[in-house]
Design a protein around this ligand. Structure first.
Ligand code: ATP
Ligand code: MG
Length: 348
């Protein structure tokens, strides 16, 4: 049997470069290897846990995320796309797993802690938000997923899922499958910083370059990026550590890009050395980054525009995928109910 890959995104806005290098790029690669059974889903229920008062935002973002998927090369011929809310079995699984997790454990989750702080929830955190790691475990285990391509912030959530799998299997028998996170190979890609230099590019922090941004917007954003604040004149020696433009070059630049746009340097190491010595201006480095990003984003814009004109195809893809995925989740839920012994009226 093929190994199963599953990942999702919250429909809280369009997808950005952090999603691309942290997870989407890996997904496309794994999809095209044809070695896996792949599910990609839009986590609308999870997005509602901190947006319950703003459901239009979630509804509107659903299509944006689906278009981004198609734009980066995820392909409905090879991958099953589904919408979380269309699979009620996930909610029942969540209910069963809730009995296996303590409140103290949820409150200790470092990702949740950071997100509660970022959102200013304090003690007023919605119960649904605090417990979303449990619902995420339901998403993963319903499909018996083996591999989860994610950014670094998701590691504590995968850990929580593993604990649930162990607790469940110990209690009720070997039903659930333990997942494994797949991180990007490149260290800077597991948590790409925002254009403001902040720790993480994130929709919620408003420091993103979106995959669907037009040329002018990308140019403006790149030109405004955080660099070394002490590198004022071209002759000044500059720092490349915590210099977002260089971090992005580490994430995106290849030696081919140097050949094409900056043949006077062989690779990033040579460019960095010049910047550190002094005599290399921010504008030149930023222009180089802009060209690389344009080469990446332009084909995505074209694909996105095509599907934007054919939204009926996109809706159908989500609907068909949700139906197909639901059958799988139904099967797992049946096994779970049987294992717990709440199958009172089953004839078999
Ligand atoms: P929100 O602010 O609504 O939480 P987000 O920008 O954090 O949105 P998610 O939908 O929570 O995006 O994340 C989807 C996937 O993308 C996850 O696997 C996450 O780890 C990954 N990801 C998100 N931001 C980054 C980033 N800056 N660098 C690397 N991976 C990222
Ligand atoms: Mg997030």
């Amino acid at each position: 049997m093929k190994k199963v890959i599953l990942t999702g995104d919250r429909p809280t806005g369009k997808l950005h470069l952090g999603h691309y290098v942290g997870s989407l790029k890996n997904r496309v690669k794994l999809q095209n290897s044809n070695e896996y059974d792949m599910y990609v889903f839009i986590a609308d229920l999870q997005a509602l846990t901190d947006n319950a008062r703003n459901p239009e935002k979630i509804r509107n973002s659903l299509m944006e995320v689906a278009l981004d998927y198609l734009a980066v090369g995820l392909d409905p011929e090879k991958t099953t796309f589904f919408v979380q809310s269309q699979i009620p079995e996930l909610t029942e699984l969540t209910m069963h797993y809730m009995n296996l997790v303590t409140l103290a454990r949820l409150k200790r989750n470092p990702t949740i802690k950071t997100e509660i702080k970022e959102r200013g929830f304090g003690e007023a955190v919605p119960v649904g938000f605090l417990t979303y790691p449990i619902s995420q475990a339901a998403d993963i285990t319903a499909f018996k997923a083996n591999l989860i391509p994610v950014g670094e912030d998701q590691l504590p959530l995968i850990e929580q899922c593993k604990e649930i799998v162990h607790a469940f299997n110990n209690l009720y028998g070997n039903i659930l499958v333990e997942p494994q996170a797949v991180l990007a190979d490149n260290k800077v890609c597991i948590r790409l910083p925002g254009i403001d230099g902040k720790a993480k590019m994130s929709k919620s922090l408003g420091n993103c370059i979106y995959l669907s941004d037009d040329t002018e917007t990308v140019k403006k954003k790149v030109m405004s990026m955080y660099t070394d604040p002490n590198h004022i004149k071209v002759e000044d020696p500059g720092k490349v550590e915590n210099n977002t433009v260089f971090t992005y070059l580490e994430a995106f630049a290849t030696d081919e890009d140097f050949k094409k746009y900056l043949p006077e340097y062989k690779n990033l190491e040579e460019l960095k050395a010049h910047y550190k010595r002094g005599g290399l201006g921010d504008v030149k480095v930023k222009k180089f980054l802009f060209q690389i990003l344009e080469d990446l984003l332009e084909p995505m814009r074209k694909k996105r525009a095509y599907y934007q004109e054919h939204l009926d195809l996109v809706y159908k893809m989500l609907e068909d995928g949700s139906k197909k995925a639901r059958l799988v989740a139904q099967n797992t839920l049946k096994e779970v109910r049987d294992a717990i012994g709440i199958n009172y009226f089953n004839k078999n």
